[in-house]
Design a protein around this ligand. Structure first.
Ligand code: 13P
Length: 252
């Protein structure tokens, strides 16, 4: 049995005080839900304040990115050594990082290795562009991204993968549950080729891309889908809590 995991990726939204308010709005209800791992990924600058708020809470924290060196002259970057005191998870290889900040497979592989070595649990994002999807290249693209990210990685069941088709992110045009389930099943088979059957059967694979309270059941009722990486809807307390609650109900 894989423990479902719902993570909120707040992206570049919320000031520190807005972030604190948002956590205060959802904390009590989110804490009541059982059987689902709940992870909030606010901007770096809010991690410390939210960590204070979540002392002794089952709600976990994640960062949205990190650099692939431990320390040094890398102005403006944040290293895993800094994050490990603040959070448990780190999102790596998000399509916005790949697209706007030119992160390539090699860089993402270095980040993944260092995250694991540093004791952070990575949420590795993969997913195809609209034109790749329309050209029937989805499996080629995600297979390449997964294999490239996992080169030289020790097989670890702490790894989480998020399948986020780029055309579904922030567009309101989510994949269908069946489409997402098929691609996630495919990703698990690719992971099995690299990490072995047992590890691949144990790692959690999320769907991400326009997940809302209204379509949660469509995705989470699928057997291969172990959770969601939620963008826009994670910035609304009641909606995020509803996604987590529905997940608990469906997967129990
Ligand atoms: P949306 O839920 O806003 O489509 O964003 C998805 C995403 O990119 C989460 O990482």
């Amino acid at each position: 049995m894989r423990l479902p995991i719902i993570a909120g990726n707040w992206k570049m939204n919320t000031t520190v005080s807005e972030a604190v308010t948002l956590v205060q709005e959802m904390k009590a209800t989110l804490e009541q839900v059982e059987g689902v791992e709940r992870v909030l990924c606010p901007p770096f600058v809010s991690l410390s304040a939210i960590k204070e708020l979540l002392q002794d809470s089952p709600i976990k924290l994640g960062a949205q990115n990190m650099y692939f060196e431990e320390k040094g002259a890398f102005t403006g970057e944040v290293s895993p050594r800094m994050l490990v005191d603040l959070c448990e998870y780190v999102i790596l290889g998000h399509s916005e990082r790949r697209q706007y900040f030119r992160e390539d497979d090699n860089m993402i592989n270095k980040k993944l290795k260092l995250a694991l070595k540093s004791g952070l649990k990575p949420i590795l994002c993969v997913g195809e562009k609209l034109e790749e999807n329309e050209a029937g290249k989805t499996e080629d693209v995600v297979s390449h991204q997964v294999k490239a990210a996992l080169v030289g990685i020790e097989p670890l069941k702490e790894l989480v993968i998020a399948y986020e088709p780029i055309w579904a992110i922030g567009t309101g045009r989510a994949a269908s549950g069946e489409q997402a389930n098929n691609t996630i099943g495919f990703i698990r088979r690719i992971a099995a080729g690299v990490l072995g059957e047992n590890i691949a059967a144990a790692i959690r694979i999320q769907y991400g891309g326009s997940v809302t309270a209204a379509n949660t059941a469509e995705f989470l009722s699928q057997p291969e889908i172990d959770g969601a990486l939620v963008g826009g809807a994670s910035l609304k307390a009641a909606e995020f809590v509803s996604i987590v609650r529905q997940t608990a109900e469906i997967k129990k």
